[in-house]
Design a protein around this ligand. Structure first.
Ligand code: PLP
Length: 380
């Protein structure tokens, strides 16, 4: 089987597995004062340092959560609560549901930041909106913008957008779930006030994640209890998951060069699919994650392609698969102005730390073969 669905979940890295096994053996609570408890605490703090290092941040600014979704909930709902809803969330049209739904449920006013057909947000629209910002009416502007899109891989101009928002007296919440391990990350350069991370997209386990926050940034907890994680996220820490997260973050940062080299394999695959089948590749004209390719063939529905690819031994996903496994039209491609009929025919391939050139070549072989058989059937 060729696995080309890293943006859904990356296979567990061996370093993460080892770290998890070691942590599981400890079998103690990091809040306990006895020896085993202190050993657990040491593992927790070592992982915090590894995750912080991967984003060039400080360990004390990391809050561990159960994943990207919970990090988004903490950031968005925590900021809105701290600002007593005297704010407006400026949410990009292509955010993951983990983010957009938390914005929608936060109780704050929400405005949309549109994207251009390229897949990147419209910085002019954002700038125009901020120029006429009326703080008495709209409160603090809070930009909610992802670093890289999970479907197209398009990298968003977070640094420029966050600078504009800061200038206007606002805050920026950035979902970097798809960025970790695929792009060099530096929170100081990025300029966001909050950054969401998830372990399983970088070769760590599912069910672990983190929120980085700029020291002093406003935030209230959304989960209450024993006061773990500086009282920002109560609940006994998922020690093995967090240990795996730390190890994966470290390994992924070390492997960044390899990740970058995937772009040339990806580009060669796309060139072939364009030449031999005339596919539409989304997000091609702007900076993109090196591992992601989202393409469509008009009239060939995504779910049919995904099933046929699975039968051919290649695991890919459609534009946006929801948790029930049903395929829905991609909000992201629609926001980019793709016609509905084309958006329904888009599949996403995404690669990662274990992928080789052959994986890309065999993905193209399998897909072209499937298309040919389908076309023969259509004309028969
Ligand atoms: N944000 C983005 C961009 C994602 O791709 C995902 C997962 O698909 C999430 C957030 C949610 O992360 P998690 O699965 O860790 O809750």
């Amino acid at each position: 089987m060729i696995y080309a669905d890293y943006n859904a979940t990356a296979p567990l890295r061996p370093e993460a597995r080892d770290a998890m096994m070691t942590a599981l053996e400890i079998g103690a609570n990091p809040s306990s004062v006895h020896g085993p408890g202190r050993a657990a605490r040491k593992v927790l703090e070592a992982a915090r340092k590894q995750v912080a290092t991967a984003i060039r941040g400080l360990p004390q600014d990391i809050v561990f959560t159960s994943g990207g979704t919970e990090a988004a909930a903490l950031a968005i709902q925590g900021v809105v609560r701290k600002l007593e809803q005297d704010c407006t969330l400026l949410v990009s049209a292509i955010e993951h549901e983990a983010v957009s739904k938390n914005a929608g449920h936060s109780g704050a006013a929400v405005e949309t930041v549109y994207v251009q057909p390229s897949g990147a947000i419209d910085l002019d629209q954002l700038s125009d909106r901020l120029k006429v910002w009326d703080a008495d009416r709209s409160g603090t502007p809070v930009l909610v913008l992802m670093l890289a899109n999970n479907e197209t891989g398009v990298i968003q101009p977070v640094q420029a957008a966050a600078a504009m928002v800061r200038e206007a007296g606002g805050l920026t919440i950035c979902d970097a779930v798809q960025g970790l391990g695929k792009l060099p990350l530096n929170v100081s350069l990025l300029g966001a006030d909050y950054l969401m991370l998830s372990a399983h997209k970088a070769g760590g386990p599912q069910g672990a994640g983190a929120l980085w926050m700029r020291s002093g940034a406003p935030l209230l907890p959304t989960v209450f209890g024993g006061g773990q994680e500086r009282s920002l996220r109560s609940g006994t820490e998922n020690l093995s998951g967090i240990a795996g997260f730390g190890a994966a973050a470290e390994a992924a940062s070390r492997d960044l060069e390899k990740m970058e080299s995937l772009a040339s394999y990806r580009d060669a695959m796309e060139t072939r699919l364009e030449r031999e089948a005339g596919v539409t590749v989304f997000g091609k004209d702007v900076p993109r994650l090196p591992n992601t390719s989202n393409f469509a063939y008009d009239g060939f529905r995504a779910e049919t392609q995904v099933m046929a690819m699975d039968l051919a031994g290649v695991a890919v996903s459609s534009g946006s698969a929801c948790s029930s496994g049903k395929v829905r039209r991609s909000v992201v491609l629609s926001a980019m102005g793709a016609p509905d009929t084309l958006a329904e025919c888009a599949i996403r391939t995404s690669y990662g730390w274990r992928s080789r050139l052959e994986d890309f070549e065999q993905t193209a072989d399998a897909w072209l073969d499937i298309l040919q058989r389908r076309n023969l059937k259509e004309t028969a």
